[in-house]
Design a protein around this ligand. Structure first.
Ligand code: RP5
Length: 302
């Protein structure tokens, strides 16, 4: 058993024993669990300012008597098929912490609490109540395909980094149209959709701009390696709605498959490119931390 797996299992055991996501957050992968971007000041596409949450009072278990966040749910999500309807007293309540019909309301981090009848963010305070621009109360599930190849010279030889001596990975990154940041070409899992379908669909829509997958792409997306399942430090998160993702790595070892396809930005991506992966990588949300897991798995340069 490798050390990462052992640490994860041990931390999950502790987490279950103590019933605390905060324990899990502090014991494993602190980078991935960081809760910084979702405490940004003005909520995206609004003029609503979040209540400032200093680092030392992020966790719900730490008293913060002055905490008085505004409530905001973006008007444009009203009536959308992918969004919950407002929770009025006499309406049928969602089945929290379970599959609710075809809507997955289960968090990767175990049972979430309800506060005033709505889910409470399992990592901590964000300075804002309501759903913001997220459709679902509680977890909003996404899928992130990390498509990689080795960086090669003009003759096709793999390039090693001059300092580390390790092979350099490249990934397909898209530039998001909403915040202009480079990101993994991920997207939301549709209700009832299998994550493997979302991964392939989002990649072909955002980075190849076609939905006719072709045999090679179809085959390529059968070989994914699981990298991460859990919370995303997304700029849209609130105290009551948050992003979670499942990330898989699809690696083109000899660069003859997706590695040689013409990339073209589509859907809600404004740009797409192969990007060198190293410790300077800056991506949307905590995507760089998730990508680092691929680097570790493949013993690549960082
Ligand atoms: C991120 O937002 C997820 O990790 C995923 O990449 C993405 C899904 O949201 P949309 O791109 O559909 O807005 O937090």
């Amino acid at each position: 058993m490798n050390i990462t797996l052992f640490t994860t299992i041990f931390a999950c055991f502790l987490c279950n024993a103590l019933g605390s996501i905060e324990m899990l957050a502090s014991v494993i992968k602190p980078g991935i669990f960081r809760h910084i971007i979702c405490r940004n000041n003005v909520y995206p596409r609004s003029n609503v300012s979040r209540f400032p949450v200093p680092d030392d009072v992020v966790f719900w278990s730490v008293p913060f008597a002055e905490y008085c966040p505004p409530t905001y749910t973006a008007p444009h999500i009203g009536g959308q098929s992918w969004a919950d309807t407002p929770l009025s007293g006499d309406a049928v309540q969602p089945t929290w912490n379970h599959n609710d019909g075809i809507v997955n309301r289960v968090s990767f981090h175990g049972g979430y609490k309800l506060e005033d009848g709505v889910p409470q963010n399992p990592i901590g305070r964000t300075g804002l109540k309501g759903r913001g621009s997220l459709g679902r109360w509680g977890p909003n599930h996404a899928a992130d395909p990390i498509v990689t190849r080795w960086k090669r010279d003009q003759n096709g030889a793999i390039i090693q980094h001059q300092d580390s001596g390790k092979n350099i990975l490249q990934m397909v990154a898209i530039q998001r149209s909403d915040n202009k940041l480079w990101a993994i070409p991920g997207g939301m899992v549709d209700p009832g959709e299998n994550v493997s379908v979302t991964l392939k669909r989002e990649f072909t829509e955002e980075a190849l701009n076609f939905t006719d997958k072709g045999n090679m792409v179809e085959q390529f997306f059968k070989e994914g390696v699981h990298v991460y399942s859990g919370y995303v430090d997304d700029f849209r998160n609130t105290d009551n709605a948050w992003m979670e993702t499942t990330a898989l790595n699809f690696h083109d070892e000899d660069g003859t498959q997706v590695g040689q396809l013409q990339l073209e930005a589509g859907d809600d991506a404004t740009n797409v490119r192969w990007t060198d992966i190293d410790s300077n990588l800056k991506l949307h949300a905590n995507h760089a931390d998730i990508v680092k897991e691929v680097v570790l798995k493949r013993d690549a340069h960082w």
